[in-house]
Ligand binder design. Structure first.
Ligand SMILES: [Zn+2]
Length: 332
């Protein structure tokens, strides 16, 4: 039995397995921010959740592995040391598949230049080129030439991902900007957010990072239409019968498309078999108002064999980032 006064000093959250072991919860970071605002002394969470929550430095965050442990701690039978934010795994550099670099991109000098200008100026970007010209590869590396997120920006990113349940598994733990590339079959809810229990969509998961829409004309017209408002406002409001929630959605939009349905229009090595009306119809699928919000349109031609065989690496992400950072500072 615990005294109720003690419980008032703590915010406690977690899922329990039948064994009494704790399991991570969604939204631990946001809960901890709220607790800090309300002046609650400490937060008790399952380990995986505590590791993200401890980034809120004004809070004392304790990790417990079972309900019994929480009770022993609260009743004074056991001591726990609050987690050290500086040791949180969420401050780690990207590892494995996430550790990509601009130097891996071969050729495409014009495309690289356009990407750098877009990033430096905070512009959205549309790339048009045949399959295999490296549009996806370049896009995936855009977060690495953006300035590293500030602590505040990173907490915003992590907050959204935590609410979406993406941090519960212990994956997605690197200190970097998000790169999201939803498939063109995505629903409006998946893109914008919503659902029975309203949660963030791709545009919020891309907050402070990059939203990449490959094969832009294949996306449903309605999905492209709903993108317009958040692109302008940097946030999205989702209305449900239970109420309204507003989520952040400030992202760089990077879109890619083939020049024609078959993809090879203007390609010297392959013949395009599309008719003019087919090409017109294909391009018309991307609506004017959305295109108006994409400032830079660039062609990404097929990469020549000689360029692919080039052994030397291109400029590293760090080199490009060092040029980009001062430009962005001037504009802010
Ligand atoms: Zn074609």
């Amino acid at each position: 039995q615990l005294k109720s006064e003690i419980l008032q000093d703590f915010l406690i959250a977690g899922e329990l397995a039948l064994s009494g072991q704790t399991r991570p919860v969604r939204g631990a970071l946001s809960m901890t921010m709220l607790a800090a605002e309300k002046g609650i002394k400490g937060v008790i969470l399952p380990l995986e959740s505590a590791e993200e929550a401890c980034l809120v430095e004004s809070s004392k965050v304790y990790a417990v592995e079972s309900l019994a442990e929480a009770i022993r701690f609260l009743s004074g039978q056991m001591e726990l040391v609050p987690l050290d934010a500086s040791r949180s795994p969420y401050l780690m550099e990207p590892q494995g598949d996430e550790a990509v670099d601009f130097s891996e991109v071969k050729g495409q000098a014009n495309l690289r230049r356009a990407v750098e200008v877009a990033v430096a100026g905070g512009h959205n970007l549309l790339m048009m080129g045949p399959p295999g010209s490296g549009k996806s590869m370049v896009s995936k590396r855009i977060p690495t030439i953006l300035p590293a997120p500030s602590k505040t920006e990173y907490l915003e990113i992590l907050g959204v991902h935590s609410v979406a349940g993406r941090t519960c598994s212990g994956d997605n733990r690197s200190f970097c900007r998000p790169f999201r590339s939803p498939h063109h079959t995505i629903s409006d809810v998946g893109l914008l957010g919503g659902g029975v229990i309203p949660g963030p969509g791709e545009i919020s998961l891309a907050h402070n990072g990059v939203l990449f829409l490959d094969e832009l004309p294949e996306f449903k017209r309605s999905a492209l239409e709903v993108l317009r408002q958040p692109l302008e406002d940097g946030q999205v409001t989702i209305s449900r019968s239970a109420g309204k929630i507003t989520l952040p959605s400030r992202f760089m939009l990077v879109a890619a498309m083939n020049p024609c349905p078959c993809g090879y229009l203007g390609d010297p090595s392959r013949e395009c078999r599309c008719s003019t009306p087919q090409i017109q119809k294909y391009r018309a699928r991307v609506s004017g108002p959305l295109l108006d919000r994409i400032d830079i349109h660039i062609e990404a031609p097929a990469v020549r064999i000689e360029e692919l065989q080039e052994r030397s690496l291109g400029e590293s992400s760090e080199t490009v980032r060092q040029r980009v950072e001062p430009c962005r500072r001037i504009q802010v």
